[in-house]
Design a protein around this ligand. Structure first.
Ligand code: BG6
Ligand code: MG
Length: 219
């Protein structure tokens, strides 16, 4: 039985995935590195450092110092771009589902790779709805390793099999499955098809519907 939900943040509760993309695009353009929206799909849910290394590929050689500088530069662009986000930047359906889960007595955790996650949920006005927070400071190994979600489950006092992860990233779905958790993927089959249940978004999604779909998936 599911007793806890672990929500990814960027691309699930709010569309900051778009801001991450724009910040990387700006950096890539400045560096003359090839990058576009399509290439960005592989960066969803991926840590800051791993994202940069994916963009660099074998196009150029950078020193560790240059890599650090580029990570900081991208983060500045990102932090500037989220300065004015507010509750109106919650994606459709997110708040309603959080409310329903609370009503149903289900615990809620954040499971985001981002070091900016706390700032973002505070701006969105949902920080007080989280029973636990796992963010970019919580564990060493990034998604697709299950560590971040296992940390969140532990903080909730639950077993992995009692937890359901909501993710928009292939790496996040992989991490949830590796941790022995249930996974709901948001987006296309090609991106999150490995999840137990795939939905286009949280819009109009109710806890009862997810429960029914998971029962079907378990058959
Ligand atoms: C994830 C995002 O939530 O956090 C990634 O999906 C991002 O795009 C990662 O790279 C790390 O975020 P930050 O804010 O620590 O650079
Ligand atoms: Mg995400």
């Amino acid at each position: 039985e599911i007793r806890g939900f672990i929500f990814d943040l960027d691309g699930v509760l709010t569309d900051t995935a778009e801001y991450h993309y724009r910040a990387w695009q700006r950096l890539a353009d400045e560096e003359g590195l090839p990058f576009n929206r399509e290439a960005n799909e592989a960066l969803r849910g991926v840590s800051r450092r791993a994202s940069l290394l994916l963009i660099i590929g074998n196009h150029r050689q950078y020193s560790e110092e240059q890599i650090q500088e580029m990570m900081e530069r991208k983060n500045r662009y990102y932090v500037d771009s989220i300065e004015n986000i507010s509750a109106s930047d919650l994606l459709p359906g997110a708040l309603n589902l959080l409310d329903e889960l609370r009503q149903a007595g289900i615990k809620i955790a954040l499971g985001s790779a981002s070091k900016n996650a706390r700032t973002v949920i505070e701006k969105l006005g949902i920080a007080d709805r989280m029973d636990a927070i796992a963010d970019g400071y919580s564990v060493e190994n990034p998604k697709p390793a299950p560590d971040l979600f296992l940390f969140a489950a532990k903080e909730l006092g639950l077993e992995p099999a009692q937890c359901l992860v909501v993710e928009d990233a292939a790496s996040g779905v992989e991490a949830a499955l590796a941790g022995g958790m249930w996974a709901v993927g948001l987006g296309t089959e090609s991106r999150v098809g490995a999840a137990h249940v795939v939905l286009p978004s949280l819009e109009g999604v109710h806890w009862e519907d997810i429960k029914a779909k998971l029962n079907d998936a378990a058959k």
